[in-house]
Design a protein around this ligand. Structure first.
Ligand SMILES: Cc1cn([C@H]2C[C@H](O)[C@@H](COP(=O)(O)OP(=O)(O)O[C@H]3O[C@@H](C)C(=O)[C@@H](O)[C@H]3O)O2)c(=O)[nH]c1=O
Length: 183
């Protein structure tokens, strides 16, 4: 597997080795030993799967506050997304900075979004399915959102022909300046 840093400390692209043959392919999508050898020692305790019917479905920006913060290992098994991580660790030299990575079923690449980051994605094509592993279980009391289009963050989301489709929760999310973040 290949591991590539993405410009903000701790955010990584991971590309597992794909073994192709006449039948199709085989991939180890997660192997604790290989991750550990690459310096990634995490204990994942929940797997999530989301399906989005349309292109332009935008989920985010989401995070769970400490002590229930989650590292997330995200990949796409159908379609493609632009995935975004925003550093929301107050005091970090990259506080408020974002990185984006296109993830697709075709490439089979993954993004590791560490604790202390808000996470979101937009689907680039219809019928997109995203799988991700997280290092703490869901805790609605710690679950938080930040506006995806906060001008103080300035994420360059792709323009989608039909616009964006968001949940009511995400439409009501506060700006970063008003959000409870990480110390
Ligand atoms: C995140 C989550 C949601 N739910 C429930 C709550 C709600 O009824 C329904 C849909 O939840 P949401 O609207 O928060 O789903 P969604 O907008 O897809 O939320 C996800 O977005 C991406 C960007 C992330 O980073 C994830 O951690 C998660 O926050 O699923 C769980 O049961 N367990 C979970 O772990």
């Amino acid at each position: 597997m290949e591991v590539r840093p993405l410009g903000i400390d701790g955010v990584l692209e991971i590309v597992p080795k794909r073994h192709g043959d006449a039948r199709g392919f085989f991939i180890e999508t997660y192997n604790a030993e290989r991750f550990s050898q690459a310096g990634i020692d995490l204990r994942f305790v929940q797997d999530n799967h989301s399906y989005s019917a349309a292109a332009g479905v935008l989920r985010g920006l989401h995070y769970q506050l400490a002590p229930r913060a989650q590292d997330k290992l995200v990949r796409v098994i159908r379609g493609s997304i632009l995935d975004v991580a925003v550093d929301i660790r107050r005091g970090s030299k990259t506080f408020g900075k974002w990185v984006a990575l296109e993830l697709s079923a075709d490439r089979g690449n993954q993004i590791l979004v560490p604790k202390g980051f808000a996470h979101g994605f937009v689907t680039l094509v219809p019928d997109t399915e995203v799988l991700y592993k997280v290092t703490d279980t869901y805790s609605p009391e710690h679950d938080r959102s930040i506006r995806f289009d906060d001008p103080a963050i300035g994420i360059e989301w792709p323009s989608m022909a039909g616009g964006f489709q968001l949940s009511d929760k995400d439409l009501k999310a506060p700006l970063l300046a008003a959000a409870e973040v990480f110390a």
